[in-house]
Design a protein around this ligand. Structure first.
Ligand SMILES: [Zn+2]
Length: 383
């Protein structure tokens, strides 16, 4: 029996209800700014669930069934309001490299560690050439996007459908500016936005956008066609300083314009230090229903309650607010600290807009299970 069918057989008809709504209804309602029975909780558990299920990252690297098993095992155990796919950096950029160069660019350290990667190129000319030569297309067929990511995504969507959409699967894709950063490393791209001519940086970003718009055809034909409705855009927050956003932010917005034609429930992942102007823009770009925001910008001196409330007021009537606790507190804090942070977030947010408990970035693989449970319990015990 397939890994999906064995989980469906084990779980169908045996799940205890949580609250009045299904997980799907709860998350959808929050994103639609409608009332929910409980505050949804959907931490980005992608790497963490591999560890939680007892696998090492090396062990699942080329094993789609084990990857999917880890996600479904974790969901059955914790009953979060969404299932996040397992995603690593090789899924995103291995297809830019010929097979023989990949081993040198992607490095596994310990069994729980993130997959490390080295930037693909070091100059803006090389980055432009990489796109102009359509490297991403040439090396796609044997890359992990095809051999691992796609079958894993399809297995999770099969589970979603066979469970009658009780729980949504979140599929995500990086924005053009996120790609532009990742290919060369963030600090280089940020430097180039100052040292290189605007036209040349613009040309590079337009190439990144064109590739991303083509990639969305895949998400439409393969993800949406198989039931995916919840879509996370991993944005380029790290590059978004005031002048970068003003000059180049439209590249990411044009990507969202196509995303929203494909998926009904789109939210924006905005990790790192969030520029206030960026949050204001994300409150207005058409098509985004929620923002998974993160930390105040460097210059802002705010308590967490103040930051939560300012953001909730900004989002009022427009966006669902997704946050708490921070990924650092989720990993290194105590369960008590996590409970407190989740409560602060909910208390500061729900007077103004809907809330989803979802740290600003993915949960660290080393985060203790007690901490993840504390986050979920805190959401489940507050109306
Ligand atoms: Zn992130």
């Amino acid at each position: 029996m397939s890994v999906v069918d064995s989980w469906v057989q084990r779980l169908r008809g045996t799940l205890r209800p949580i609250g009045e709504m299904t997980h799907w209804q709860r998350l959808a309602a929050a994103l639609d700014l409608h009332p929910t029975d409980l505050v949804p909780v959907a931490p980005e558990l992608d790497y963490w669930q591999i560890t939680h299920a007892g696998y090492s990252h090396q062990e699942i690297y080329n094993d789609v069934d084990k990857t999917t098993d880890a996600c479904l095992r974790t969901w059955a155990d914790l009953r979060c309001d969404a299932i996040w796919m397992y995603v690593d950096i090789s899924h995103q950029i291995e297809n830019f490299l010929p097979a023989e160069r990949r081993a040198a660019h992607f490095v596994h350290r310990g069994p729980k560690d993130y997959l490390l990667f080295k930037p693909l190129v070091e100059t803006l000319d090389e980055a432009i050439a990489l796109y102009e030569s359509r490297a991403f297309e040439k090396h796609l067929a044997d890359s992990r996007a095809v051999t691992h990511y796609t079958p894993h995504m399809l297995q999770l969507l099969e589970f979603q459908e066979k469970m009658d959409r009780q729980v949504p699967v979140i599929v995500g894709a990086a924005s053009p500016i996120n790609y532009a950063e990742t290919i060369v490393e963030v600090q280089r791209l940020v430097r180039w936005t100052i040292t290189e001519s605007e036209d040349k940086v613009r040309h590079y970003l337009e190439l990144c956008l064109a590739e991303r718009l083509e990639a969305l055809d895949f998400y439409r034909d393969v993800a949406a066609a198989n039931g995916c409705q919840f879509f996370c855009v991993f944005g380029g927050a790290r590059t978004w300083g005031p002048r970068q956003l003003e000059k180049f932010g439209d590249v990411d917005r044009r990507f969202v314009d196509k995303v929203r034609e494909i998926f009904p429930y789109v939210f924006w992942h905005h990790c790192g230090h969030n520029l206030p102007q960026a949050l204001e823009l994300l409150a207005t770009w058409p098509g985004i229903k929620g923002v998974q925001y993160d930390q105040p910008y460097h210059s802002q001196k705010l308590s967490w309650s103040e930051f939560y409330e300012i953001t909730a007021r900004l989002f009022s009537g427009r966006r669902c607010a997704m946050n708490a606790p921070t990924t650092q507190v989720a990993c290194y804090g105590t369960p008590g600290e996590i409970t407190q942070m989740v409560r602060q977030f909910i208390e500061a947010t729900v007077p103004h807009t809907s809330a989803v408990v979802m740290p600003g970035c993915e949960i660290d693989s080393y985060a203790p299970v007690e901490n993840v449970r504390a986050m979920i319990d805190a959401a489940r015990t507050m109306a």
